[in-house]
Design a binder for this molecule. Structure first.
Ligand code: SF4
Length: 211
């Protein structure tokens, strides 16, 4: 199966209840041949409307950070652990909520083959929920951000701050962690390029190989 065929199949998915209210499946965006894949948590309102990950306010900040890191959406591949918007509709108006563990688990039926087809050298988890899903359950963003970890779906994975978190933290005197996001993007891209030029090893890649 090709990535395009997988995406077409995902767009018809009704495997969890998030399919009931979604407008579009936000499968992925960018360069599927990139050595670096960014994985966030899940789509919000704008992503649901446009069927692409990271196109709302947080996405605009991510675009800026990519540009400041010398990158762009056309150079990397961007996706989410869950492909449909999770929202609470109890008041009649949708309010974004984190995907449940069940929804996240169910949606791995798309994320796992997606990553297997792309075969990235490095996965950069955007935010703690993605890192808990792809790196380790007890991932702590304050302790583990910017560190390399073994990953089942790439030769290594690291995690950075979510741009939505940065937007909430920013003030006239504080960049909210924006400079860390830019630094982590640069670090992940550098590692991805280095690893792409080295033959795969049977064992997980130690940090020494890429530092
Ligand atoms: S969130 Fe994932 S598993 Fe649930 S309906 Fe959407 S594509 Fe299917």
């Amino acid at each position: 199966m090709t990535l395009e065929e997988l995406e077409s199949a995902a767009k018809e998915c009704i495997a969890c209840r998030l399919s009931e209210k979604r407008r579009n499946v936000a499968f992925g965006d960018g360069n599927p041949n990139s050595p670096l894949v960014l994985v966030g948590e899940g789509p919000g309102d704008q992503e649901d409307q446009q069927g692409k990950p990271f196109v709302g306010k947080a996405g605009q900040l991510l675009n800026k950070a990519l540009a400041d890191a010398g990158l762009s959406r056309e150079i990397v591949y961007i996706t989410n652990t869950v492909k449909c918007r999770a929202a609470d509709w109890s008041t009649g108006k949708p309010v974004n909520r984190p995907p449940t563990d069940d929804e996240t688990l169910t949606c791995r039926q798309w994320l796992v083959p997606q990553l297997a087809l792309i075969k990235p050298q490095v996965i950069l988890c955007i935010g703690s929920p993605s890192a808990k899903n792809l790196i380790k359950k007890d991932f702590k963003i304050t302790v583990d951000r910017g560190r390399y970890f073994p990953c089942e779906f790439a030769r290594t994975a690291i995690a950075t701050l979510h741009p939505a978190y940065i937007l909430r933290q920013q003030s006239p005197t504080n960049d909210g962690g924006y400079s860390l996001l830019v630094a982590d993007l640069m670090k992940a891209w550098e590692a991805a390029q280095k690893l792409a030029s080295k033959p795969p090893r049977p064992q997980a890649v130690p940090a020494a190989l890429i530092e």
